[in-house]
Design a protein around this ligand. Structure first.
Ligand code: FAD
Length: 287
């Protein structure tokens, strides 16, 4: 199923998982998927080589399992910075063979040890290329606080519009912790003429280490209230996790009240976290 169809029912609720590292058997992700399936997300997206993990063929394989064994639509992430046109064509062929219909087209992060290839400079180039070479539904990433390399948010939004004009049918946002930033972003993109559905990306704070790593990677800011919680429970990981989950639930409920198109939960392959959030938010009648 093409993911864009899911937005006919609003709000969409989706999860993100990542393939296990090469030293971990691929079966571990299948246990995670078994647990996530019962939470009935609208789709599950699968990363590719994100956050320093080693890319492999497993993204397509995991997407196939999500769709065929669990009957849940899936989206395969595809970064292009280290790809050539030939290698992307090869990947599209694999996706097609596995029945993957949806791609999150990304540039990918720069790796100081790996000079970028020249075929795709930006995600918009990849979107154009995929459109020319197959009948895929294409999503793109967006950044409520601006992409870290962008000169400013307005310039980043101009480039976001190029991705939509190239053929991105919906957007998934980078994680953020300040809903006010998201609402301001929504207003700005509407003014820029971007009308496709946008999902808000939520990553619950579950440990000090993980959040510091993510924030340093993506440049998201930490609001005072969350910073205070992190300081208060700096030496108490269980209380920090509980407070982090409550913060995420508060964020999600407020976003839903404000009519967001969807919520994308970065599960970090932790079904317990996803389950707790789903239980809390499904007490509300909206989902
Ligand atoms: P682009 O849209 O190409 O933007 C990159 C930068 O270039 C921005 O600063 C933009 O403003 C600028 N730019 C764009 N077009 C132009 C232009 N024409 N002229 C000048 N500047 C321009 N990474 C992975 O490796 N694997 C994953 O699975 C993965 N999943 C992700 C999922 C989500 C939801 C998000 C938000 C990010 C994900 N990432 C992943 C990280 C992503 O690859 C990085 O954030 C990357 O740095 C930018 O990717 P992009 O597709 O947004 O790039």
């Amino acid at each position: 199923m093409k993911a864009i169809k899911l937005f006919e029912k609003k709000p969409v609720l989706s999860f993100e998982v990542f393939p296990p590292k090469p030293n971990i058997p691929i079966e571990s992700i299948y246990q995670t998927l078994d647990a996530l399936k019962v939470l009935r997300p609208d789709f599950i997206s699968v990363t590719y080589g994100a956050g320093g993990s080693v890319p492999g063929a497993s993204t397509a394989e995991i997407c196939e399992t999500i769709q065929n064994q669990h009957s849940i639509p899936s989206i395969a992430h595809l970064p292009c910075i280290n790809e050539t046109k030939e290698s992307v064509l090869e990947k599209l062929k694999i996706f097609r063979a596995k029945g993957v219909e949806n791609i999150l087209a990304l540039r990918g992060d720069r790796n100081p040890n790996l000079p970028p290839k020249e075929d795709f400079r930006y995600a918009s180039d990849l979107i154009t290329f995929i459109r020319e070479h197959g009948d895929f539904d294409i999503a793109a990433a967006c950044y409520p606080e601006g992409h870290p390399e962008a000169h400013d948010l307005d310039t980043d939004i101009l480039h976001l519009k190029e991705k939509v004009d190239a053929g991105a049918s919906h957007l998934i946002s980078q994680l953020f912790y300040h809903n006010a930033d998201y609402y301001a972003f929504q207003e700005k993109i509407a003014k820029a003429g971007i009308t496709v559905p946008v999902e808000a990306g939520i990553m619950p704070v579950t440990s000090k280490k993980s959040i510091e790593r993510m924030v340093s990677l993506c440049g998201a800011s930490i609001p005072k209230r969350l910073a205070k919680l992190m300081a208060r429970y700096a030496d108490d990981p269980a209380s920090l996790k509980a407070a982090g989950l409550e913060y995420a639930i508060m964020q999600i409920l407020e976003l839903l009240d404000n009519g967001v198109d969807g919520i994308h939960i970065y599960t970090m392959n932790n079904p317990d976290v996803a389950r707790y959030i789903m239980e809390q938010i499904s007490e509300e009648p909206r989902i």
